[in-house]
Design a protein around this ligand. Sequence first.
Ligand code: ADP
Ligand code: MG
Length: 262
Amino acid sequence: MTAKEAILSTAGLSKHFSGVKAIDKLDIAVKEGRIHGLIGPNGAGKSTFFNVVSGMLPATEGEIRFDSVNTTNLPAQAIARMGMGRTFQAAKMMPDTVLENVMSGMYYYSNTEPIRSFLLQPRVFRAQEREIRQKAEEALEFVGMADSAQRWAGELVWVERQLVQIARALVLDPKIVLLDEPTSGMGLKETEELKGIIRHVRDRGVTVVLVSHDVSLVVDLCDWITVINFGEKISEGSPKHIQSDPKVLEAYLGEEEQHAES
Ligand SMILES: Nc1ncnc2c1ncn2[C@@H]1O[C@H](COP(=O)(O)OP(=O)(O)O)[C@@H](O)[C@H]1O
Ligand SMILES: [Mg+2]
C-alpha cells in the first residue's frame, strides 16, 4: 500500500436504529499514517460509526473497506485481527490487575480462549502467555503506565483508564486505532499528556481516527477532519478549513442552543 492511500473507507454507510438514522450514507476515507478527526455535536453518530466500522454492530447499508478488504459485517474479532484496535467512550475495566487488562486485548483477538489452549497445549500456551505479557508491558510503557502494571484496575482514575484502554488497543500491533473521546473528563494537563501519546502512536506508523467532542483538541492534533451531524457529513478538510466553515459553526451553535433550552 502506498503512503497516504485510504487504509479505511466507507461508501454510502448507513446505520439505522428503528427509524433513527444514526449514520446516513457516509463516505469517509481515512488515509494511512494520518490522525483523522471525526467530530460533531452530541448524538451526531460518532460512536455508532466506530461500532459499525469495528464490526460490533451490523451496517444497515453501504460498504466498509479496511486494508483493501471489504470488511462490511465481518465479525468484530476478524476485523480486530486484521489490525484494528479501538477504545470506548466509557472505559470498562475487568476486575483484575492493569497488566491483565491490557493482556486481555490480546486474548480477545487470539484464536483460542486461554483456558482451552492451556488444557490442550500447555507448552504453546505458556510461550504465548510470555509473549503476550511482554507486549502488554511494552504497551503500558508506551502510555507511561509501566509503574501501574500490578495495580488493581478498579482503583484507576479516569485518565488512567483511558491510557490503559489505549495500551489494550495497541497490544495487538494494530494498523489503525479508533479512539472514542479519549480526553473526556480530563483536565488541561492530562489532555496535553494524551495529545503527546496520540502523536507518538501516529509516529509509530499507526493510523489514528480520533472521535472527540472537543473541537480545539481535534484541530490541534489532526491532519484531516470530517464533521458529521445527524449521521451525515457536513464538512471535511484541513483543520483550518473546518474552523472557518460556517456549517460547522452552525452545527455546534445549534447544540449550544439546545443546551440553553434544556
Ligand atoms: N444501540 C442504540 N440503539 C438505539 N439508538 C442508538 C443506539 N446507539 C446510538 N443510538 C442513537 O444514534 C444516534 C447517534 O448516537 P451516537 O453514535 O452515540 O452519537 P455520538 O457518539 O456522536 O454522540 C443518537 O440519536 C443515539 O440516541
Ligand atoms: Mg459518542
